[in-house]
Design a binder for this molecule. Structure first.
Ligand SMILES: NC(=O)NCCC(=O)O
Length: 370
């Protein structure tokens, strides 16, 4: 990608004197994250399939009464492999193939829960405001081809799969939603979580297609921990994270599609702050690359019509409740980030800092009491 910075981390590594780098990382990231020793076969497969693979671990203190609750999550960010004017079914099939190879590598790395980027089966075409062919990418969350594909992956690899798609709810008038489908490691459908804050900012014209979701703040109990999905724009709303966390989420995924000129300065702050404020792990994932549309569209601001929404800057990362975080994946390349975490850290940090407890105990807020 000409002219795009590869990543903030590679820039720091290149330019900060080695003697000061560790201190810079401590201040910026809460310390040097422990690098996971990933299998050589996985590293070679990632290289061969042309995507970045990184792995980091978060520690918790040993406890007397609870065993460590170790889980590995995988975050996948990717470009669309084909031009946006390729036939819909061909684009979907190419994305399925790409994700299949990346999930195969996640399995080699022992990933228990994998999450893909927002609307992963399609270009992020909502900027265009055109209905066809983009609405043809919508599928049933319950039994659409993508859910069936993910169920096969889940069973094959004993992995929970979080699959954010454009949903068509055939049972309720064929209405569209922006939805994350959650599939258990057994392959069973655990449920779905609909995006509950819809952007009306810049060229993010998503309300032309779907409205605020009606599924509340569901939390899914998986074999590996309690998870929730706060889709993209929901990231900017602190109370949204709070609600998932109050409902018991230990890991909150944030599958996104966002561009450098709009949100890149917010990206490292918001999900990380949510992890701190809510004593949980957060996992923001952003797509990569620039997607080109044959028909130009305007921004409704008197400016010139254009063919691109902007550069999706990747930079997916994981933040822990103690405020530490992994480095981000590349700003320009497909990537898989593996993070190992001990979920005991959530309660340990909660007991230490107590950010949430006063609100739940405060007698003038009975609505917050269980
Ligand atoms: N996909 C989406 O909601 N994008 C809006 C922009 C942002 O939240 O950064």
């Amino acid at each position: 990608m000409a002219g795009e910075l590869e990543s903030l981390e590679s820039c720091l590594e290149r330019h900060i004197p080695p003697g000061e780098l560790a201190e810079v990382k401590r201040i910026l990231y809460g310390g040097e994250a422990r690098k996971l020793d990933l299998p050589t076969a996985a590293l070679s497969a990632a290289q061969e399939k042309d995507f970045e693979l990184q792995g980091y671990g978060f520690e918790a203190a040993p406890e007397q009464l609870r065993r460590p609750r170790i889980v590995r999550v995988g975050l996948i960010q990717n470009k669309i492999p084909l031009p946006t004017d390729t036939a819909v079914a061909v684009q979907v099939a190419a994305l399925h193939r790409r994700i299949e190879e990346m999930v195969g590598v996640a399995a080699m790395c022992g990933v228990n829960i994998v999450c893909f980027q927002e609307a992963w089966t399609m270009p992020f075409a909502f900027c265009t405001r055109e209905k066809l062919p983009w609405t043809e990418f919508a599928e049933s969350a319950e039994d659409g081809p993508t859910t069936k594909f993910c169920q096969e992956l889940a069973k094959k690899y004993n992995m929970v799969v979080v699959s954010p798609i454009l949903e068509r709810d055939e049972l309720h008038g064929g209405v569209l939603w922006n939805t994350a489908v959650v599939i258990s490691n057994s392959g069973a459908l655990l449920g779905k979580s609909r995006k509950n804050h819809i952007p009306r900012v810049g060229d993010f014209n998503e309300s032309t297609y779907y409205m605020e979701g009606n599924t509340g703040h569901p939390v899914f109990q998986t074999q590996f921990g309690a998870i929730a999905v706060n889709i993209c724009y929901g990231r900017h709303h602190p109370l949204n994270w709070l609600m998932y966390s109050m409902n018991g989420a230990e890991i909150i995924f944030n599958p996104s599609a966002t561009i450098g000129t709009l949100s890149e300065a917010l990206w490292p702050v918001e999900a990380r702050n949510a992890a701190i404020a809510n004593h949980c792990f957060t996992c923001p994932i952003n797509r990569v690359g620039t997607e080109y549309y044959k028909n130009a569209f305007t921004s409704g601001d008197g400016g010139k019509a254009h063919h691109e929404l902007g550069h999706f800057y990747g930079s997916s990362y994981v933040a822990a409740p103690d405020g530490s975080r992994t480095p981000g994946l590349s700003r320009t390349q497909d990537g898989l980030l593996v993070a190992e975490m001990d979920l005991n850290l959530c309660r340990q940090v909660s007991d230490k800092w107590n950010f949430k407890l006063p609100a739940t105990c405060f007698p003038t807020h009975p609505e917050l009491q269980g």
